[in-house]
Design a protein around this ligand. Structure first.
Ligand SMILES: *[C@@H]1O[C@H](CO)[C@@H](O)[C@H](O)[C@H]1NC(C)=O
Ligand SMILES: *[C@@H]1O[C@H](CO)[C@@H](O)[C@H](O)[C@H]1NC(C)=O
Ligand SMILES: *[C@@H]1O[C@H](CO)[C@@H](O)[C@H](O)[C@H]1NC(C)=O
Ligand SMILES: *[C@@H]1O[C@H](CO)[C@@H](O)[C@H](O)[C@H]1NC(C)=O
Ligand SMILES: *[C@@H]1O[C@H](CO)[C@@H](O)[C@H](O)[C@H]1NC(C)=O
Length: 393
């Protein structure tokens, strides 16, 4: 008996290995094994940075854009809102979703619907194209190497005349496509993309203290007026915080949809990130985001991240990040010194649910507001997919 077992061992090993391999192939094919199990440089990953205006999403976008495996576009749906500005945000969400789906698949013909016809369309016809490192480096633009950290300013002057077709060519040469969007207000709109077997979509939901958002929005009233009109249906400077109310509501809705009885296809595909956690501990949060997206941190990126969070932007003080030449933690707290307590109270009323759900401390006096030793950013567990139905009441 034992002799038989011994002599048949090599055969058994071969058989088991083969069977295992076939099973693996079958499971892959039938989608039983999640695609993220594969080696990260083979797998295609689509990441949506889902956020809102003035919430640090350009900064988070750059953390992905500068990664040499990532094709990034900042806010491609800007084109949808600009061309179809007579519609409501709710109506436009579907068009935005379809554009996002095409861009994830590197099909840039979708922009034909939203760009004026031109004989020689260039990269510079894309909104904020130069914020994409992939559009500034080979094969899109020969002036920079893929591993270079690029600056929107230098790239903007050197690479803008490249033909538009380079965007698609470049996109197809990357394993990861990352898009940043502030124009979704409902997670369910994205369900068809999450369930689409030709996509491997992961969502990073970026939120920020609404009081900081309100203060920042106040500084860009002009720039936000047109978007506000689409959000609330009338051209307001949002002194009444009507748009902010909708924004806070949508973040709560997105978070609750993702965490309370989420559908199975959301498993491992939703990550909540608070901007304040990111600026306080960038490397820890970035490591978590990269892991979620199947990316690894390089030494070059780590050095660059240190620089941009500690006052050294590569393009100098005018670099288009929201955070460069100032200390990131200080910037994230600036509202406490300059925003009036009355406005803080108003924002707290409008966004109370968002403050509670994302664990920001509500303040009750101006003394509390100005006392920076009082930390208003309460600990918050990193939210992965959870079976909320079974472990929450
Ligand atoms: C880009 O990377 C190449 C190769 O690593 C390097 O020689 C070059 O100096 C870099 N250029 C810029 C502008 O950083
Ligand atoms: C694109 O750049 C080329 C030069 O490379 C120029 O001839 C053409 O006019 C530009 N097209 C547009 C639409 O700006
Ligand atoms: C970081 O900043 C230092 C000092 O300005 C500079 O010498 C270095 O090249 C920067 N590194 C990166 C990766 O940006
Ligand atoms: C950040 O804030 C602290 C305390 O308010 C201050 O001492 C420090 O100088 C600030 N740093 C920068 C770079 O602004
Ligand atoms: C500021 O807040 C800290 C932490 O809660 C507290 O210990 C301190 O007494 C406060 N200072 C003032 C002036 O209220």
């Amino acid at each position: 008996m034992s002799r038989l077992r011994l002599s048949s061992t090599p055969v058994a090993i071969i058989l088991v290995t083969q069977a295992g391999f076939l099973l693996f192939l079958y499971a892959q094919h039938s989608g039983i094994v999640p695609r993220s199990v594969e080696k990260s440089d083979q797998v295609h990953v689509h990441v949506l940075i889902l956020s809102s205006w003035r919430s640090g999403s350009s900064f988070v976008g750059q953390l992905f854009s500068q990664h040499p495996n990532v094709f990034y576009l900042m806010e491609p749906a800007w084109h949808v809102w600009t061309v179809m500005n007579q519609n409501s945000a709710k109506v436009l969400q579907m068009a935005v979703r379809d554009l996002v789906r095409s861009v994830f698949k590197c099909d840039m013909s979708v922009f034909d619907a939203y760009m004026p016809w031109k004989r020689n369309r260039n990269l510079s016809d894309l909104f904020r194209w130069a914020a994409s490192r992939a559009l500034c480096t080979t094969p899109a633009c020969e002036f920079f190497q893929r591993t270079n950290i690029t600056s929107e300013r230098f790239c903007g002057t050197l690479c803008g005349k490249q033909p538009f077709s380079k965007a698609e060519e470049a996109c197809r040469s990357y394993s990861h496509v990352v898009l940043k969007e502030v124009r979704f207000f409902d997670l369910k709109v994205l369900y068809p993309l999450l369930a689409d077997p030709s996509l491997n979509l992961k969502i990073i939901h970026l939120v920020r203290d609404p009081r900081a958002v309100a203060k920042s929005r106040e500084q860009s009233v002009e720039g936000l007026a047109r978007d506000n009109e689409i959000i609330v249906g009338s051209r307001v400077d949002d002194g009444q915080y009507k748009a902010l109310r909708e924004i806070c509501k949508s973040h709560v809705q997105i978070y609750e949809t993702a965490t309370q009885r989420p559908p199975l296809f959301l498993k491992d595909r939703y990550l909540l990130l608070r901007f304040e956690d990111l600026v306080r501990d960038p490397l820890v949060e970035i490591a978590a985001m990269y892991k979620f997206a199947d990316l690894s941190l390089t030494q070059d990126l780590e050095n660059w991240i240190y620089n941009i969070t500690h006052g050294q932007g590569i393009g100098g003080k005018n670099e288009a990040f929201q955070i460069t030449s100032r200390d990131a933690v200080n910037v994230s707290q600036a509202w406490r010194n300059v925003f009036s307590f009355q406005k803080v109270q108003r924002v707290q009323e409008i966004c109370r649910d968002a403050l509670n759900i994302f664990h920001y401390q509500v303040i009750n006096s101006e003394i509390e507001q100005r006392n920076l030793s009082l930390d208003l950013v309460l600990p918050h567990q990193r939210t992965q997919f959870s079976w909320a139905s079974s472990n929450k009441s």
